[in-house]
Design a binder for this molecule. Sequence first.
Ligand code: NAI
Length: 330
Amino acid sequence: MDILFFSTQPYDKEYFNKANEQGAHRFRFLEYPLNEDNTALIKDERAVCVFVNDKVNAAVIRQLKEKGIRLIALRCAGFNNVDLKAAAEAGIRLVRVPAYSPHAVAEHAVALLLALNRKIYKAYNRVRDNNFTLSGLEGFDLYGKTVGVIGTGNIGAVFCRIMRGFGCRVLAHDLYSNEDLEKAGVEYSSVDSILSSSDIISLHCPLTPDTKHLVNWHTIVKMKPGVTLINTSRGGLIDTKSVVEALKTGHIGGLGIDVYEQEEQLFFQNFSGTIIQDDVLSRLTTFPNVLITAHQGFFTREALTQIAETTLQNINSFEKNEALLNEIKL
Ligand code: NAI
């Protein structure tokens, strides 16, 4: 099948070409994102392959239909960037990679937490500058602390287990509880009790109308003063302006994020020679207790291999008219 890739990075080409060694499909890789202006780049392809920040709204879907696209293959788990209703109306099928190494993202959340707490990013620079002092690098033991986890699906479950391994009390909230996690000592509770009891809160639920701005001024004030907040899920879960205010007062004691609400304008691109116009992000980067990575939670060899292989399996099934196990339906 001919597939047009949007928002392609060098590693996408490498892993997808490797997964397609038999040459079953023909790929055209574009660095541009999918949006209203770029559908004109589609030639004879019947499928497009997109990533987290490609815009798959109703207008784009209408254009894709006109171009003859019949399948949108997301090479990611989240699909908050897709208008499902518009796709269903256009008769375009949608597939995704629901689970690829949940360890990759869960471990990255832990990496953010550890680096933030023990100020590894500062220590690294200090030692390189021959400054071997410790003042300002003080952290806290994770052992014995209470960690609140919102969303205990594939990634949240792994994160809960890692935190249990650190000797933390883990409180969790999800629409459905997971018995195996309960057996591992995870306690399901209400969002309010997580907010008021947790020293650390980590977000692992999808971005939906229900979860948008889950962290806002009203929920922040219910959190313990000095709470550490970790978000590797989707930027829209957090009302960033409220978080900036809470960082200024010290109510939030540390923020580690791999996702940002306005990330599609910035992430996966190099703006090192440019003036960033996003004042909220720029303010965030001034705090000494904020650690930001640019959506790299998924970025391990294992995850990239699984993403490419599952995406091609999804496309194979579509081509052969088989059941689409990873279809996203309205
Ligand atoms: P999943 O679908 O396995 O788990 C999500 C869980 O959230 C489910 O158990 C669901 O019941 C729960 N949930 C849904 N609405 C909720 C609500 N209102 N309150 C509490 N829980 C709720 O998804 P998975 O694979 O664990 O991924 C979680 C999120 O991580 C994805 O939605 C995606 O946004 C993000 N992600 C980030 C990556 C990164 O590179 N930073 C890579 C992959 C995913």
